[in-house]
Design a protein around this ligand. Structure first.
Ligand code: BTN
Length: 317
């Protein structure tokens, strides 16, 4: 497929461009599903993305170092995480990205299922073989969460305040737009589900209050292939940076995107609940909580079961 032509059309922002001799290439793009208007004198104009994921568009000039070295797009799978885990039999699959239009056995965290109407969302798994210093699943979850939050913010063009809710949710205005499931076997699989082109009433009943999608937030459908491309690039850039500089630099970015840092929180641990203002969330060492009397308290990262923001207290409360 002529993806450079597709990009020229997209970049013209809906204006007609001249496309002499490229009729067959336009036919092919239209046959795939891209909406293109043609005019005998003016040429062609981009009118919208294909409904299905376009592997060529995802991979075109991707320019990544590890994540996305290989990209596979499936129509229907059980779970993309399972496919990525199978691919771990070969070290040559380091950085493999698996995308699917539909999952029949999508997994969420804590044994839950993850469902999305076919063709509506980004269902992505990335296989990595991280070096010893980067193998901690909590850190890899944080890496994926940072990348997803950045992509959501960019997709919103400044309109969406994407925040990370510990440990694996990305939320906008307190509603979950994406979840992350990191699973370790021979390699490590980063599974990401991002709600894109679905309406709130397409969520299962209990999620209608707590979940949202990019289309729901922005009021327009989004190009999932471009989102996938942006997400792969974002994941790669944080991962490659960590390969060179270690896991710690991610912490600053994570804290800046956290829904909890700087807020009054309740931290649930195996031995009870600890409250205070969350000063810092160190992804390797743990939480630093401040109390009203100026004391600080540390909670080791492995002891954190959940973090909940306290509702802001009203006047006099
Ligand atoms: C969560 O519960 O928040 C985590 C959801 C993770 C869902 C994604 S979708 C792609 C990948 N494949 C799966 O089976 N699960 C993850």
């Amino acid at each position: 497929m002529n993806i450079p032509l597709l990009h020229r059309l997209r970049e013209a922002g809906g204006d007609f461009i001249e496309v002499p001799g490229l009729g067959p290439d336009l036919d092919e793009l239209q046959a795939f599903g891209f909406a293109i208007e043609r005019h005998p004198l003016l040429g062609a104009a981009y009118r919208g993305p294909a409904a299905r994921l376009c592997p060529d568009q995802v991979e075109w000039e991707l320019g990544t170092v590890v994540v996305g070295r290989r990209v596979a797009v499936w129509n229907r799978v059980g779970s993309t995480n399972d496919l990525a885990a199978k691919a771990a039999a070969s070290l040559a699959n380091d950085g493999l990205v698996i995308l699917a239009e539909e999952q029949t056995a999508g997994r969420g965290s804590r044994g839950r299922t993850w469902t999305a109407p076919p063709g509506s969302s980004l269902l992505m798994s990335v296989l990595l073989f991280p070096p010893p210093g980067l193998q901690d699943p909590a850190w890899l979850t944080a890496l994926a969460a940072v990348a997803v939050a950045e992509v959501v913010a960019r997709a919103g063009g400044g309109r969406l305040d994407a925040r990370i809710k510990w440990p694996n949710d990305v939320r906008v205005d307190g509603r979950k737009v994406a979840g992350i499931l990191v699973e370790r076997g021979r390699g490590t699989v980063l599974g990401i589900g991002l709600n894109v082109n679905l309406d709130v009433d397409q969520f299962p009943g209990p999620l209608r209050q707590s979940a949202t999608s990019l289309r729901g937030l922005l009021g327009r459908p989004l190009d999932r292939s471009e989102l996938a491309r942006d997400l792969i690039r974002s994941l790669d850039s944080h991962y490659v940076h960590a390969l060179a500089s270690g896991p710690d630099p991610l912490g600053g970015r994570y804290n800046g995107l956290s829904e909890h840092v700087g807020r009054e929180v309740d931290v649930e641990t195996a031995t009870g609940t600890v409250g205070g203002r969350l000063r810092e969330l160190d992804l390797r060492r743990g939480l630093t909580l401040g109390s009203g009397d100026g004391e600080t308290r540390a909670v080791a990262i492995g002891d954190v079961a959940s973090i909940a923001n306290r509702p802001p207290s009203g006047p006099g409360g």
